[in-house]
Design a protein around this ligand. Structure first.
Ligand SMILES: *Cc1c(COP(=O)(O)O)cnc(C)c1O
Length: 421
């Protein structure tokens, strides 16, 4: 692996001008290539997306929307934003798309702003059961400015308790009900959520940040026909640039656009907007649809193989790109497992499991995802190998053993280059 693989001539310029930062770029590329990337929210974008992100579009101010900007000279970036919007609407069959949010959290701020006022009640998935910070955490704007009531999973099935969700909706009369999470391995029943929203007159908001890429690849059902509004990130399974996006029904289009700008952001990051267009075009291909299905096949294989190693899959397994694994059977907690895996070149995260007896800083579980390794071209056989590497790493205290596992990891990842020339 050399720097020429994907940095091209501009990398030489950077390394002359700023050797410290160029060294970071190079060693981060090495880290991504050599270790096993199992963080469920990460992926490797295409070189085309990277090229767009590193372009002169970054120089342009474009406050406002295409055709209605507050700055001159937007005729070229307008084309990029129109393309991103049209591609998003066509890929997801949506009435309206706003492609400007800088991130998933920013998109969610805009959703709150479009449909609620501070103090309003919102129903969302409980954080310890997989919800996101922006779903009402007390340290987040959502928990500070809104009355967020949480629903969770049933203790016996570890699947969303729709009866509890309906009871809480009837009792609390929320303005908005949010479904979607960051650590929920199963599918959400959007039809049931829609019926509950209709029963209590709530806006149906789906935070699809984690799984929208699987929807884009037509590998799982879409929330778009059901929801009033769908927010998401573009950098997880979707494999685009770091950023956010919002889809909405026509009736909500103006409210969403106003909430993003001027409600929440100034100028959009036009290099990222163009990168979103590039990624959406990639998502519409048969290759990407195969990728999305392979991500799920791999997640199921990894999950089954980890069960074979004496660990327990939360929610009875996975139907998506991620698995939540209860590792109490190994006698090791999530924090220690995370550290041991890290020392063995396996990058994953500790994660609370539903009804976790351990504190959030310790946890009884790990979360693993397959978007990145699947992009690399790994398949079911590699997932079995990875499960065995994870199990051995978790169960080993000996730094020498962990170093040995790390060389096995490097031997595996070197067969799957992330950026070819
Ligand atoms: C990742 C995620 C977000 C936040 O996205 P950022 O780009 O990190 O701000 C929001 N909601 C859910 C459900 C997520 O998984």
């Amino acid at each position: 692996m050399t720097k020429d693989i994907f940095y091209g001539p501009d990398f030489d310029l950077l390394s002359q001008q700023d050797p410290e930062i160029s060294a970071v770029l190079l060693s981060e590329l090495k880290r991504q290539q050599m270790n096993l990337q199992l963080i469920a929210s990460e992926n490797f974008t295409s070189r085309a997306v990277l090229a767009t992100l590193g372009s002169t579009l970054s120089n342009k101010y474009a406050e406002g929307y295409p055709g209605k900007r507050y700055y001159g000279g937007c005729e070229e970036v307008d084309k990029a934003e129109y393309l991103a919007i049209e591609r998003a609407k066509s890929l997801f069959g949506a009435d309206h798309a706003n492609v400007q949010p800088h991130s998933g959290a920013s998109a969610n701020i805009a959703v709150y702003q479009a449909f609620t006022k501070p103090g309003d009640t919102v129903l969302a998935m409980s954080l310890p059961h997989g919800g996101h910070l922006t779903h009402g955490s007390p340290v987040n704007f959502s928990g500070k400015w809104f009355n967020v009531v949480s629903y969770g999973v049933r203790q016996d099935t570890e699947l969303i308790d729709y009866d509890e969700l309906r009871d809480l909706a009837i009792a609390n009369k929320p303005k908005m009900i949010c479904s979607g999470a960051t650590a929920y391995p199963s599918l959400v029943d959007f039809e049931k959520v829609r019926a509950i929203c209709d029963e209590v007159g709530a806006i149906m908001w789906v935070d699809a940040a984690h799984f929208i890429g699987l929807v884009a690849g037509k590998a799982i059902p879409s929330p778009v026909p059901y929801a009033d509004v769908v927010s998401f990130t573009t950098h997880k399974v979707l494999r685009g640039p770091r950023g956010g996006m919002i889809l909405a029904k026509e009736a909500h289009a103006a409210a969403i656009d106003k909430a993003v700008f001027p409600g929440m952001q100034g100028g959009p990051i036009m290099s990222a907007v163009a990168g979103k267009a590039v990624a959406l075009k990639e998502c519409a291909t048969p290759e990407y649809q195969k990728y999305a299905k392979d991500v799920i096949t791999n997640a199921k294989a990894l999950c089954t193989a980890l069960e074979g190693e004496g660990m327990r899959a939360v929610s009875g397994g996975t139907q998506t790109h991620l698995a939540l694994i209860d590792i109490r059977g190994t006698g090791v907690n999530g924090k220690v497992a995370d550290e041991r895996c890290g020392n063995a070149g396996i990058v994953l995260n500790k994660n609370s499991i539903p009804f976790d007896p351990e504190k959030p800083g310790i946890t009884s579980g790990i979360r693993v995802g397959t978007p990145a390794t699947t992009t690399q071209g790994m398949g079911v056989e590699e997932m079995k190998t990875i499960a065995s590497l994870i199990s051995r790493a978790i169960r080993s205290e000996d730094p020498a053993v962990l170093a040995g596992i790390k060389s096995e990891v490097h031997a595996l990842t070197s067969k799957f280059p992330i950026y070819n020339a």
